[in-house]
Design a protein around this ligand. Structure first.
Ligand code: 5AD
Ligand code: SF4
Length: 437
């Protein structure tokens, strides 16, 4: 019996790729383990969106060296965005790595393992073919929810972002392949799916036949077994009102929108190459809220982009109030070499970035708390996910809008059950509820 251990860093696209790697390994006879010491194959599926992620991963790679000394047959593979970015440098920095596999090559994992076993030499495949997206089945980690990639890559080239450099140009999967995937998942008992893309709103534009994200949403209506469809990530330049109409008329798409704004200053948005204004963004948001009742809205924000002044930052704080987000993922700008922003003048000092991040979080936390308190007394449907990680007597589930609700453990409830719960307490990050029988 051979065991594999996969650790995933970064975004949901990586989670989804890990599940696709897992399926291929299982097909060739490997079994999963959570214990890295037991593994015959270790895969770190990596991220390089910020420098902190890369440093953390290099640290982890270093820690794996002693396992290799104990077990000469152990194979260590680095996959994902950092593998694509650093390529053969990974071997120079950590010679105990066996395989470097790029973002476009996960379908070759088994061949690469066989080559290492045959040659006992470093193996690397980082070729980027932007003309096809391999159709790969996944082994979903959860029992009722599954990721469904719809497009991969990004054509946007925001000036701070490494993703287009490591994930390549955008390619969409055909609607028929996506529908077939979702149908199969529905039959297998998966009731919640998340459509994934770096920019879901540009889905299908590469077909140049009028297909867009709205067409896909319409095609996913009424698939047996599927109760909830989520989607991420949206882009304010490409999301249209007609796509919002499609989301609103769907009976399965949930009222949740993750719409990264990045900055509340038009001057900075321009320098970021985002191609929209704060005014356009707020107009889109208000249209979405008018047409999709009870919409949960989240965003991504970067502080300390080169040239960001106090005035620009104030614009971002103002926007937080105007957009009234349920939650914001906030990041300190991180220089990524090879991107235009890395060599821009007026890099913001670390001290200022840290102060701005804290201010931003303080303002957002107040808004999140107020919004969660407003949910008290209301009833929501939840899909039961299982025991809470912080309190063993509590279980949790998520509302359609993706808010986490904790409730007392109950023998009669099972993972994957859809239940109703009344919210009794709203806190900044989490809500408490009582299941209604
Ligand atoms: N520095 C900080 N944050 C970044 N992001 C992308 N690139 C960088 C960077 N260089 C953030 C953006 C994006 C999220 C996934 O990561 O906010 O939406
Ligand atoms: Fe990066 Fe911008 Fe593409 Fe998002 S849209 S992946 S932030 S380049």
């Amino acid at each position: 019996m051979k065991f594999y251990y996969i650790y995933t860093y970064g975004c949901q696209m990586n989670e989804s790729d890990s599940e696709r790697l897992a399926k291929q390994l299982e097909d060739s006879g490997y079994k999963a383990t959570d214990d890295v010491n037991q593994a015959d194959l270790i895969i770190l599926n990596t991220c390089c969106v910020r420098e902190t992620a890369e440093n953390k991963i290099y640290g982890r790679i270093g820690e794996l060296k002693h396992l290799k000394e104990k077990n000469k047959n152990l194979i260590i593979a680095i996959t994902g965005c950092m593998a694509q970015k650093n390529q053969a440098d990974m071997f120079k920095r950590a010679p105990h790595i066996d395989i470097v596999l790029g973002t476009h090559n996960i379908q070759h994992i088994n061949e690469m393992i066989a080559e290492v076993q045959r040659t006992h030499k470093h193996q690397m495949n980082i070729a980027m073919d932007n003309s096809v997206l391999p159709e790969l089945e996944a082994k979903p980690g959860g029992s009722f929810f599954a990721w469904v990639p719809i497009n991969n890559g990004c054509n946007k080239f925001c000036t701070y972002c490494i993703v287009p450099h490591v994930r390549g140009r955008e390619i969409s999967r055909p609607i028929s392949a996506i529908v077939e995937d979702v149908r199969r998942l529905g039959t297998q008992g998966y009731k919640e799916i998340t459509l994934l893309g770096q920019n879901v709103n540009s889905y299908g534009l590469d077909f140049k036949n009028g297909t867009d994200f709205g067409t896909l949403v319409d095609a996913l209506e009424g698939i047996p077994g599927i109760e909830r469809i989520r989607y991420m990530t949206s882009h304010p330049q490409d999301m249209t009102k007609s796509m919002i109409d499609a989301l609103a008329r769907s009976s399965v798409v949930v009222p949740q929108l993750h719409l990264p704004v990045q900055s509340g200053s038009n001057r900075i948005l321009k320098k970021m190459n985002r191609h929209y204004t704060v005014e356009h963004y707020l107009d889109l948001l208000s249209y979405a809220r008018q047409h999709i009742p009870d919409l949960t809205v989240t965003t991504d924000i970067i502080v300390g982009f080169p040239g960001e002044t106090d005035e620009d930052f104030k614009g971002t704080l103002d926007l937080l109030h105007k957009a009234d987000y349920d939650m914001a993922y906030t990041f300190i700008y991180s220089k990524r070499s090879g991107t235009p922003a890395a060599t821009m003048d007026e890099q913001v000092p670390d001290e200022i970035k840290k102060v701005r991040l804290q201010q931003l979080m303080d303002v957002q936390n107040e808004i999140s708390l107020r919004k969660n308190k407003a949910m008290e007394g209301k009833t929501y449907s939840l899909i039961v996910e299982g025991p809470s990680r912080t309190d063993e007597h509590m279980w949790f589930g998520r509302t359609p809008g993706n808010k986490m609700v904790l409730f007392p453990q109950d023998e009669e409830l099972h993972i994957g059950d859809t239940i109703k719960a009344r919210i009794v307490k709203g806190q900044t990050w989490v809500l408490y509820g009582t299941p209604i029988k």
